[in-house]
Design a protein around this ligand. Structure first.
Ligand SMILES: NC(=O)c1ccc[n+]([C@@H]2O[C@H](COP(=O)([O-])OP(=O)(O)OC[C@H]3O[C@@H](n4cnc5c(N)ncnc54)[C@H](OP(=O)(O)O)[C@@H]3O)[C@@H](O)[C@H]2O)c1
Length: 306
């Protein structure tokens, strides 16, 4: 038996094509999920093109759907439960998922919104946590118009921080004040006062400028590098009162954090902005829109069955 999936193919448009792959077999601690929605992350585009996910392997990390087989070890959700997960090889009709990689989706939250939470939401939540988010902090979010950025703005604002959202153009700043940003800036123009926390997903010269704005004791979390540009620190930029630049990666199962995010989204305390939505047949179009900075928020792929 086989299922359809989006697999890496360097010769295909956006380096991805639909293909038949063997139906997954669940290990004892895994459930089988019939996936109805998936969400595309910037990292997926990098994974497909860089070889990090090898040719022929299933792409993707964010999936939502319904459990069709419970875990053999008796843990995790029952058959019929709606779940959202952060797992590798997410872009398939059916996926085997570890019970610690998923969360139940509350009734009030639809799967198309839930599926926007995993990679982007967990990165925002964990990077802010690692940086010591607290009510009195000044928090700078770069790439604030994107998936990680929109969640980071909302979570920092919810914690009572002063939130500065940096975007690439005035148009890309739309909706960020409503999301909780106290200031919305194009680049870092006009920002003079120091900040305590930076969640940076842009890298390059903007990361250097953000580092130069970091207050003593501050923390810059290097979450991503969408600019693709090198960062060149001027001499002595790292000499002085202690501040940290920390590399960031999601390196442990995300189920518990996903449950937190899903609960917030269900009660309306966290908005999942869907900036692109369509069948996974249209993957190249979604990839082009995300790469071209035309997706405000998340790109959601619908898993259409034939
Ligand atoms: N370390 C981890 O565990 C982890 C987890 C999640 C994401 N990430 C990384 O974090 C970064 C952001 O991810 P995301 O899902 O939020 O991406 P996204 O939705 O595509 O948003 C990225 C944002 O970066 C900004 N940007 C600035 N310069 C850009 C350029 N040259 N090309 C494209 N975008 C540019 C864009 O904002 P403007 O259009 O306003 O300029 C865009 O909104 C990516 O590098 C991703 O791989 C890492």
């Amino acid at each position: 038996m086989s299922v359809r999936a989006l697999v890496v193919d360097p010769s295909a448009p956006a380096a991805v094509r639909l293909a038949d792959v063997p139906e997954p077999v669940a290990a004892a601690h895994q459930v089988l999920v019939d996936v109805s929605q998936a969400s595309l992350n910037h990292g997926d585009l990098n994974d497909a093109r860089s070889g990090r996910v090898p040719p022929g392997a299933v792409l993707g990390s964010d999936a939502a759907g319904v459990v069709v087989q419970a875990a053999a070890d008796g843990t995790g959700p029952a058959v019929g439960t709606r779940v959202v997960a952060l797992t590798s090889g997410a872009f398939a009709e059916r996926v085997a998922i570890g019970v610690d990689e998923l969360a139940e989706v509350p009734e009030k939250l639809d799967l198309a919104r839930a599926v926007g939470l995993p990679v982007a939401g967990v990165a925002a939540l964990r990077s802010l946590r690692a940086a010591g988010l607290a009510p009195d902090k000044r928090v700078l979010i770069t790439g604030a118009s994107g998936g990680v950025g929109r969640f980071a703005v909302q979570l920092a604002a919810r914690a009572g921080a002063h939130v500065i959202a940096s975007v690439g153009s005035a148009a890309r700043g739309a909706g960020l004040r409503e999301a909780g940003a106290d200031e919305v800036l194009v680049g870092l123009e006009g920002l003079r006062q120091p900040v305590d926390i930076v969640v940076d997903s842009v890298g390059g010269p903007q990361m250097v400028a953000a580092w130069n704005l970091l207050a003593p004791g501050g923390s810059l979390q290097s979450v991503g590098w969408t600019s693709g540009e090198p960062a060149v620190l001027p001499p002595y930029a790292t000499v002085g009162p202690a501040r940290s630049l920390t590399s960031f990666v999601i390196d442990s199962p995300a189920g518990a954090d996903l449950a937190t995010l899903a609960a917030l989204a269900a009660e309306g305390a966290l908005t999942v902005d869907i900036g692109w939505q369509g069948s996974w047949d249209r993957f190249p179009e979604a990839a082009e829109a995300l790469h071209g900075r035309r997706v405000p928020g998340k790109a959601v792929l619908e898993v259409s069955r034939v």
